[in-house]
Ligand binder design. Structure first.
Ligand SMILES: [Zn+2]
Length: 313
């Protein structure tokens, strides 16, 4: 079960625009249903015929078994008990899709989502212009007036559609960007993320810094919050050294002991904070060293190190 299969299923359900029976899903897709949560919903289906759950070859009429359950009258196998999931179907929660696509493209215009034609929606205005979602690429290609009517002044249009397998060329006029649903978006963290083309990747959103738990340190020592420097992210080795220093509760301790407890090779705690020559000049690379200097007291001659903020902890 992974998010790739989950996104493929979303794209498939959107392209088909109707429910899909659970028995018609691959094992990967069945697993993806769990991951998708509210992105899909059970579809009410009133079936008169089902694929025989025994042979999976013939379709049989659905009849009651007289005990509240149901049977498939398979022409080959005879009456076969039907489990509820044999009749269940799933359908895409299309409101979910449209809302999450808006979020992925950072559309926060006041206007809502408008259906502008059969299976065509205007998701709103992103900074670069209107964004259109359509279920079916060929419908738009054959009716270019639909898109022309949605242009606003000279702004570019962006059009999201599922990508047909045989479509490789750009299907629209040059001032229309085509965003194939399968390729330019992904299922991520319960929502949808936009995969910007190379060269236009938006600045990555900073991970929310962890809250300090041990003094100024996060609970895994992978970041430290200092009033004069803000949040500083730390490498695994730096985190191990600070974690080790923390365990000595502010007591001056020999460097070898600190490094042994940290599980590191070198003798001096500062070694893992030094900026490597190949990293010199990189933005922020010296920040862990600032934290080290602010927090660690060294008695160089005796080879002792202490971290006073851990005293009495
Ligand atoms: Zn059968």
């Amino acid at each position: 079960m992974n998010s790739h299969h989950a996104w493929s299923l979303v794209c498939r359900l959107f392209a088909e625009g109707t429910h899909v029976h659970r028995w018609a899903l691959s094992p990967h897709e069945v697993a993806a249903c769990t991951l998708l949560g509210s992105a899909i919903k059970p579809a009410p289906v009133n079936q008169q015929y089902v694929l025989c759950p025994h042979c999976n070859l013939h379709r049989g009429q659905v009849v009651g078994d007289g005990k509240g359950g149901r049977l498939c009258q398979c022409p080959e196998c005879g009456p076969i008990q039907i489990e509820p999931q044999d009749l269940a179907a799933v359908v895409l929660n299309e409101d979910w899709l449209r809302q999450k696509l808006r979020l992925a493209l950072e559309i926060n215009s006041r206007d809502g989502i408008d259906q502008v034609g059969p299976d065509v929606w205007r998701l709103g205005d992103a900074r670069q212009g209107p964004v259109i979602l359509a279920r079916n690429l060929s419908g738009l290609v054959h009716a270019p007036a639909t898109l022309d009517a949605l242009r606003v002044n000279a702004s570019r249009l962006r059009v999201i559609t599922p990508k047909p397998i045989d479509q490789t060329a750009h299907p629209f006029a040059v001032d229309i960007d085509w965003l194939p649903l399968q390729e330019r978006f992904a299922f991520y963290g319960g929502g949808i993320s936009f995969i910007a083309p190379q060269g236009q990747r938006p600045t990555e959103t900073q991970r929310e810094p962890a809250k300090p738990v041990y003094g100024p340190f996060a609970d895994d020592f992978r970041s430290v919050l200092l009033p004069e420097f803000g949040h500083i992210a730390l490498t695994d080795a730096q985190a191990s050294v600070f974690g080790s220093l923390w365990s000595f509760k502010g007591e001056p301790t020999r460097g070898e002991r600190i490094m042994a407890k940290a599980g590191l090779e070198s003798d001096k705690p500062i070694d893992v904070f030094k900026v490597k020559s190949r990293d010199k000049g990189k933005l922020g690379v010296d920040r862990p060293l600032l934290a080290y200097r602010a927090l660690v007291v060294t008695q160089r001659r005796q080879g002792l190190y202490a971290m006073p903020c851990a005293s009495g902890q």
